[in-house]
Ligand binder design. Structure first.
Ligand code: ACO
Length: 325
């Protein structure tokens, strides 16, 4: 028994914010952002938009792509770091929007590696024979936790959602191998100090900006490349494949310099690495499934192609999954 990706879907909000737009909000420039990150624009929710709408749209598109009714889904997993509500998360609201009746759901929090962790977990559950159809969604409304006066972070993020439908299949199709890791020494590289049980919301946490995402950019940068490289090599070893067998790599879309360095360290040609961060920026758990969906729909990823998806994120977590389409 194995698990196969039979459909994908994605959604980004209509509102598009360019680097030029950000020049009007913080002391930055289009030139700085493009040179340091590769990002040119991002899509953001309007203040009155419900973040669940992104996940509902992406999940519906994945089911339509698979020509499957949501009625076949027997488990729904939402990879997200900033849910609609800390309790009960995002999954029940999105499940309701999808009309999933009596289907178990849960949120999975594993930093920006959430989608890759989710694929590894979903594949394991299908292999164990527990479920036949798992809908896995990465959905993130980063604009809601971004400090729009902090130029070091606000230029990096976008909102969006991406989903895949996994179906039980044969051993040698779909997910061929996966490897997930964590390094808890680096937990504070990316964090939101307030709003949890350690530092509940109060006037002082509001005043100190404790409800915004904090990032030590250079520390993240240094860790990201070696982590994604080793995870990619481990997942390929688990799949008994090597880099020559790989048609496409889809890395977490955080920074073009990180992605280019990863390509150099792996010895993979640049045109085998799928990127879209120039248009959507870093959408955390949604970044890989959005890029995957685009590349499937525009015909780059074809039936039989071997694709490695690799990510790193808060925790820090990192990992990779090898999939044959
Ligand atoms: N515009 C103009 N100048 C800026 C900006 C900006 N938006 N941001 C920072 N600067 C300035 C800094 O203040 C600093 O100025 P100084 O030298 O006068 O102090 C200078 O630019 C250099 O800053 P650095 O932080 O050293 O810039 P760096 O080259 O490291 O790039 C960046 C910063 C883009 C954040 C980089 O470190 C990075 O990409 N790190 C990884 C971040 C990442 O991957 N995050 C993803 C994980 S989080 C998640 O996915 C949810």
């Amino acid at each position: 028994m194995g698990s196969k990706i039979v459909g994908s879907g994605s959604y980004v909000p209509d509102k598009c914010v360019t680097n030029k737009d950000l020049e009007r909000i913080v002391d930055t420039s289009d030139e700085w952002i493009v040179r340091r990150t590769g990002i040119r624009e991002r899509h953001l929710l309007e203040a009155d938009e419900d973040p669940s709408k992104m996940g509902i749209a992406a999940a519906r598109a994945a089911c339509a792509d698979a020509e499957a009714s949501p009625g076949v889904i027997d488990l729904f997993v939402v990879a997200t770091n900033f849910p609609d509500m800390i309790c009960p998360g995002s999954s029940p609201f999105i499940a309701s929007g999808l009309g999933l009746d009596q289907v178990p759901f849960f949120d999975l929090k594993a930093g920006c590696s959430g989608f890759v962790y989710g694929l590894a977990v979903a594949d394991g559950l299908i292999r164990a024979g527990m479920y036949r159809h798992i809908l896995l969604l990465g959905s993130e409304a980063l604009s809601r936790v971004t400090d729009w006066s902090d130029r070091k972070t606000c230029v990096l993020f976008g909102d969006g959602a991406g989903a895949v439908l996994l179906e039980a299949g044969k051993q040698d199709e779909g997910v061929l191998g996966s490897a997930i890791f964590g390094d808890n020494d680096k937990a504070m590289l990316l964090h939101m100090p307030a709003g949890g049980t350690k530092e509940p919301a109060s006037d002082s946490t509001l005043e100190s900006g404790g409800h915004f995402l904090k990032m030590e950019g250079a520390g993240v940068y240094r860790s990201a490349v070696p982590m994604m490289e080793s995870a990619t090599r481990s997942a390929l070893a688990a799949a008994s494949l090597d880099l020559a067998d790989v048609d496409w790599i889809i890395p977490h879309q955080a920074n073009i310099r990180i992605i280019d360095s990863l390509g150099v360290r792996l010895g993979v040609e640049r045109d085998k690495i799928i990127t879209n961060l120039d248009r959507v920026a870093n959408t955390s758990t949604a970044s890989i499934p959005i890029a995957l969906d685009e590349a499937r729909k525009d015909g780059r990823i074809k039936s039989g192609d071997v694709v490695v998806m690799t990510a790193f994120g808060a925790g820090v977590t990192y990992g990779a999954v090898v999939v044959r389409f």
